[in-house]
Structure formats: structure tokens, C-alpha cells
Ligand binder design. Structure first.
Ligand code: GLA
Length: 404
């Protein structure tokens, strides 16, 4: 039975609609890939940010002296390259042409001069704006409606990193506002690391990788144990979404700000390292103590964070106060963190190969990256160690090939 001409017409229209839809989705897919093509963030970013220690009390001297200190302490050589200015760097009002104006009383030399200085030290300069009408401090404008103008200014100044906050946005969705800045940065033509600071409100791990190099998964951290471990927990849920080029961000480091013990700061740095979180120092590097240096400059822990495989560790076992976090590293190695969340007692904690995804009976060499010691005995099927209250141990396990 043949089709009537009206049926043929309906079919033709339907086919055309399908073809258009297919083309559109291919177009937007290509567009999405193009959005991300800045080539940055193949490993989590490392550097410093002004907010956790200085809040709004910043000026160009603090930024220059911090750049100097990153170099003189040796931290820059370990990978801490970004010097990131947070909120409160601009005048409340744009100029007559609509440009952002660096605050005259605190940044009188302007951002180009500051970027030149930071670059002359072999470092990179980061800046802050907001996908809203005002930033969170309400002391300076956000970039909503001015994305291209601001991105062009950032590129012209030589900015290398943009943290983009989410305050005072008029209520529209971040998935609408953030990609506009992504496109503006791409148009501006300078590779600028794009850090989405949306606080995890709309599960940015699910869409952030298309438009940014990192995305906050949590509200702001403060300098306390409870705040720190809860950020790590909230961030862990999204482990599967981290990958080279795009990272979950549980907020910046508080190490060295004084609110936690040394053992707690070691837990903080260890959790951030294995979670492939940005390692953005949040203390006053100009007055850094030996103890804080010891933590932030542990090259073995940094190497876990910067491992080329780029896989975020997960919580693989929880029992009472005890937790095991683990994740694969390059070269068939495994990073394993044994954490005691209890407040009072030391506890023996056991990580089984089964929990870690290591095949049974595999012989393993274990290196304690805080003690900088390799265990004399090879291990089989489990690692047991005693861990103090609010403390952790962090090991790299390397399989040992049986002798032929
Ligand atoms: C928000 C962000 C913080 C910081 C402040 C600045 O709270 O989440 O990281 O940038 O704004 O006002």
C-alpha cells in the first residue's frame, strides 16, 4: 500500500526536523568543546590567594611581597605559581566607559604593573570577579553584563587566572551566567585559568567541566577542624567528575592561619592533595613559620596531588572514627590515607587490599610520605598502622614484581 501525498509531506517535515535537531546538537557539542580549549589545569592549580588570611584588607604591596616570599621561601619552585587577588581590589564604580577601575588607594600602580612584577618573578597573577552585579563584599562591581569588557581588560593586563564568584546575581541560573564569561575569556585570546566559585549550589561538578577548569563544591571554609573535614566530605561525593583540565574545589587552604593543630593541618593538606584539589595557600606567606613550611613544602604529598593520572581519591571505608581514603596513581601505585576522626584516642587502622582495589596477595612496598620512610617489610593484603586523634597517615603503595 503506497503512502498518500499528505503522509509523505508529514514524513519529510519530520525528517527535516530531525536533521536540524541533530545538526544543532552537533554544533553545540562542538561549541562546548571549544569553550574549554584553554589547555590549562592539566594538574590541579597551585599557588596562593589573599582571601583566607587578609579578606578585604589587601593592597599591591601585600601582593608584591607575597610574590617575593613565594620565591624566597622556595615554595614557587615546588609549583606554587599563582598569586591570586580575591575580592575588594576595585573601586565601587566603573569609569565613564564602563571599565573596572583598580582601587586608587590600594592598587595605585594598576594591574598591568602588578602583573608585570609578578611575571618578572616567574609567577602568574590571578584576579577575582563575580557573575553578578556586585561581588560578595559589595565593595566592587561584578562582571554580569560586562563580561567581554572585563575579560578583555584582564587579558590586556596579563591576568592568568580568574576566580568567578556567584553573589548578587539577580536570581538567574549559574548555568546561564557562567558560560558567558567562558566565551568572553576565549574571545579575549589569553589562556586564563577559569575557576568557578558557585559554592556547589547547582552541583557544578555535573556541568563545570564544559566551561571551567575548577568548580567550588562547597560553601566557604573556615579555619577549624569541623569546617575543614566537612568540606572534604562534601567534595568527595563528586570524585568521579574530577579529571585533567577540570577539578573539584573544596575551597582554599587554611594551613598556617592558626585555628588548627599541626596534626589537623597535616590532615587538611593530605585530604586536599589526594582529592586533587587546588592547592591555594591561604596564610601570610611573608611571615610563614617553619611548621607551616614543613607541611606545605612536602614534595611527596605535592606529587600525589600533581600526579599525571589525575584521579581523585575516594572514601573507600568508614567505621566509627576510622576512615580509609584511597585513589590510584600513575605507575600502578595507590595513595592511601588512614584517618582517625576521633578526638581522644589513638587507634590502630587497617586498610585491606580489597578496600583499595589492589589484587589479593599482591606484594606491596609502602612509603610513609609524612615520615619520608619506606617500610622495611613488603606487605601483603593489608596495611595496619596506629593513628592519633584528629590525625592521619598517608602512604604510597607500589606493587613489587615477584623475582623471575
Ligand atoms: C565568597 C567566596 C569566597 C571569597 C568571598 C569574597 O564568599 O566563596 O571564597 O571569594 O566571597 O567576598
Amino acid at each position: 500500500m503506497g503512502m498518500k501525498s499528505t503522509q509523505v509531506q508529514v514524513l519529510a517535515v519530520l525528517l527535516l526536523a530531525c536533521a536540524v535537531a541533530a545538526q544543532e546538537s552537533a554544533g553545540s557539542e562542538a561549541e562546548r568543546r571549544r569553550l574549554l580549549a584553554n589547555g590549562l589545569g592539566n594538574t590541579p592549580p597551585m599557588g596562593w590567594n589573599s582571601w583566607n588570611h587578609f579578606h578585604c584588607i589587601i593592597n599591591e604591596t601585600v601582593i608584591r611581597e607575597t610574590a617575593d616570599a613565594l620565591v624566597s621561601t622556595g615554595l614557587s619552585k615546588l609549583g606554587y605559581h599563582y598569586v591570586n587577588i580575591d575580592d575588594c581590589w576595585a573601586e565601587l564604580n566603573r569609569d565613564a566607559e564602563g571599565n573596572l577601575v583598580p582601587r586608587k588607594s590600594t592598587f595605585p600602580s594598576g594591574m598591568k604593573a602588578l602583573a608585570d612584577y609578578v611575571h618578572s618573578k616567574g609567577l602568574k597573577l590571578g584576579i577575582y570577579s563575580d557573575a553578578g552585579y556586585l561581588t560578595c563584599s559589595k565593595t566592587m562591581p561584578g562582571s554580569l553584563g560586562y563580561e567581554q569588557k572585563d575579560a578583555d581588560a584582564f587579558a590586556a593586563w596579563g591576568i592568568d587566572y580568574l576566580k568567578y564568584d556567584n553573589c548578587n546575581n539577580g536570581g538567574s541560573r549559574p548555568t546561564v551566567r557562567y558560560p558567558v564569561m567562558t566565551r568572553a575569556l576565549m574571545n579575549a585570546g589569553r589562556p586564563i585559568f577559569f575557576s568557578l566559585c558557585e559554592w556547589g549550589d547547582l552541583h557544578p561538578a555535573l556541568w563545570g567541566f564544559r566551561i571551567g577548569n575548577s568548580w567550588r563544591t562547597t560553601n566557604d571554609i573556615n579555619d577549624s577542624w569541623e569546617s575543614m573535614v566537612s568540606r572534604a566530605d562534601e567534595n568527595e561525593v563528586y570524585a568521579d567528575y574530577a579529571r585533567p583540565g577540570g577539578w573539584n574545589d573544596p575551597d582554599m587552604l587554611e594551613v598556617g592561619n592558626g585555628g588548627m593543630t599541626k596534626g589537623e593541618y597535616i590532615v587538611h593538606f593530605s585530604l586536599w592533595a589526594i582529592s586533587k584539589a587546588p592547592l591555594l595557600i591561604g596564610c601570610d606567606v611573608r611571615n610563614i613559620t617553619g611548621e607551616t613550611m614543613e607541611i606545605l613544602s612536602n614534595e611527596e604529598v605535592i606529587a600525589i596531588n600533581q600526579d599525571p593520572l589525575g584521579v581523585q581519591a575516594k572514601k573507600v571505608r568508614m567505621e566509627g572514627n576510622q576512615e580509609i581514603w584511597a585513589g590510584p596513581l600513575s605507575g600502578y601505585r595507590t595513595a592511601v590515607l588512614l584517618l582517625n576522626r576521633g578526638e581522644e584516642d589513638s587507634e590502630p587502622i587497617t586498610a585491606n587490599w580489597d578496600d583499595l582495589g589492589i589484587p589479593p596477595d599482591t606484594l606491596v612496598e609502602a612509603r610513609d610520605v609524612w615520615k619520608h620512610e619506606t617500610m622495611k617489610q613488603y606487605l601483603k593484603n593489608e596495611l595496619t598502622t596506629t593513628v592519633g586523634p584528629h590525625a592521619c597517615k598517608l602512604f604510597i603503595l607500589t606493587p613489587v614484581m615477584p623475582a623471575q
